[in-house]
Design a protein around this ligand. Structure first.
Ligand code: ADP
Ligand code: MG
Ligand code: MG
Length: 480
């Protein structure tokens, strides 16, 4: 597209080849030595870590837009907390989707089961992240890509990435530029959220349980939270268990306390259980239900998980929806301004119109299912095929159509394990994430904070850019 804007580089490029090669070698070692890493998917070993893909020089980002994203985080936290506690809205919004999307349907059943039985723990802990891209073919303002409520990643390694970019600029003798790298304390902020939930539960003997995948690639990000939590308070025990292990090793006491091998758990922090393959059999579903039935404070609770679905995001973009949850006009306007076009594919007039729009101009949209973790969306011409295949079936109600955001292009170096040094100059686009922490129940919000940021950058030609999925690279914003 010809009218896509460009962002300047933070310093003159290309770098001279010898200087670049040396800098990349140093930057790789710095990354490895400071835990900016991931386990290899191709040669997994518990004994080694690769550096995570990173962008050598921090990418420029408009300061005003960055500040806006920071500023609205607590409003979005409040909004999503209220959405999670509005039964009628969640029920109405998801009623068709849960008929066809089995995974979301099963989550919904857990929610209904615990509501019928009586909720054992009224408080929820939200460790959240709102993601944005700059809308370059329009106003160049930020637009929300999505709002994540489960297993939000990259607050752990994000701190280090900010320091990494600082190190690289210093190596290039650009000390004057450091002031444009905003401070980032996401790791401490998120870990404090876990610690506060642990304190509120009020049992110093109780543990924080990390629910993990069978194999964890994004290990540094997870361990940083564990280590930071223990640095903040060495008395907090941390357990790491898969849902299968939890199924085999856990029970509820007569008071619904969660016991894992006899150890009481006060906070359950999900770093798994957000994709169908992570809850593969009845055993794992039973474990998910057991946790929800317990007194432990869940991050996220089942209603928070449901509130984070794409279908809910789309429903919130309908006229009058935000107004159900927020009452200050200024807050409502600020949230509305970051939403882009979102359309449901329900069997109604609006759904039929959306189907027609997608068929007429598929390049304008992204087609999204109710999935997390990257790599699930449909783009461009494939949208037409997908829509034609499902438009007369119920399947369509499990998808949403979203206006495609066209972020501005920047030029820089992406460094990946196994790639040649020096890396080529490439065209890139970035996605900004802002982290939030909420603790509260259906009546009150006790804690509501914005705690830091992360930037992910990918090749401009790639549709998606998950770092753990192997497409994106860690970056941090250089404010201009
Ligand atoms: P997930 O929950 O799987 O991360 P996302 O909604 O974040 O789902 O989509 C994954 C990726 O797809 C995003 O990180 C972004 O790169 C791309 N993407 C999603 N929505 C849009 C959009 N509206 N415009 C442009 N790119 C998008
Ligand atoms: Mg997501
Ligand atoms: Mg995402």
């Amino acid at each position: 597209m010809s009218n896509i804007k460009r962002l300047p580089s933070c310093l003159p490029i290309p770098l001279e080849e010898k200087e670049l090669t040396e800098l990349v070698s140093k930057a790789k070692d710095w990354a490895l030595m400071h835990g900016i890493g991931m386990r290899s998917k191709t040669s997994f070993s518990e004994d080694s870590i690769n550096f995570a893909p990173f962008v050598l020089l921090p990418s420029t980002f408009p300061r005003k837009q960055f500040e806006k994203a920071i500023e609205i985080q607590t409003i979005l936290n409040e909004l999503m907390h209220r959405v999670a506690h509005n039964r009628q809205f969640l029920r109405e919004t998801l009623k068709d989707t849960i008929q066809v999307d089995e995974f979301t349907g099963n989550l919904f059943k857990i929610w209904e089961t615990v509501m019928e039985e009586g909720v054992a723990q009224k408080l929820s802990l939200g460790l959240l992240r709102s993601d944005y891209m700059l809308h370059s073919t329009g106003s160049n303002n930020i637009k929300q890509v999505e709002f994540n409520t489960i297993s939000v990643s990259l607050s752990g390694v994000g701190n280090g990435v900010s320091l990494h970019n600082r190190y690289v600029l210093e190596e290039l003798n650009h000390h004057d530029k450091l002031q444009n790298l905003p401070e980032n304390n996401a790791l401490t902020g998120m870990s404090q959220g876990l610690l506060e939930a642990w304190k509120i539960y009020g049992n110093t003997e109780a543990a924080v349980l990390f629910v993990v995948e069978d194999v964890t690639y994004n290990i540094c990000d997870q361990r940083f939270h564990e280590f930071e939590l223990r640095r903040l308070n060495p008395n907090v025990k941390v357990l790491r268990k898969t849902l299968t292990e939890i199924h085999n090793e856990s029970a509820l006491s007569s008071e619904n306390e969660l016991l894992v091998n006899g150890v009481m758990v006060s906070v359950v922090y999900f770093r798994s259980a957000y994709t169908p393959d992570q809850i593969p059999t009845k055993k794992e579903w039973d474990a998910r239900l057991l946790i929800e039935r317990s007194q432990a404070i869940k991050c996220p609770s089942i209603q928070y998980h449901l509130a984070g679905t794409k279908k809910v995001q789309q429903a919130l973009a309908k006229p009058g929806a935000i107004e159900l949850f927020l009452n200050e006009a200024k807050k409502i306007a600020a949230v509305r301004a970051v939403f882009t076009g979102l359309y449901g594919l329900d069997f109604d007039e609006a759904g039929d119109q959306a189907i027609q729009m997608a068929l007429d101009d598929p390049e304008r949209f992204v087609l999204k299912p109710q999935r997390e973790g990257g790599g699930n969306n449909i783009y461009g011409k494939d949208i037409r095929d997908a829509i034609l295949a499902m438009k007369d079936t119920k399947e369509r109600t499990a998808w949403i159509l979203m206006e495609r955001i066209r972020p501005p292009i920047s030029t820089g170096y992406i460094v990946r394990p196994g790639n040649p040094n020096p890396p080529p100059l490439v065209e890139m686009v970035s996605e900004l994430g802002i982290f939030g922490v909420v603790i509260g129940d259906s009546q009150n919000i006790m804690i509501n904070r914005q705690v830091g940021h992360m930037l992910r950058t990918k090749n401009a030609t790639a549709d998606e850019g998950g770092v753990a999925a192997g497409l994106g690279a860690l970056d941090s914003p250089y404010l201009i």
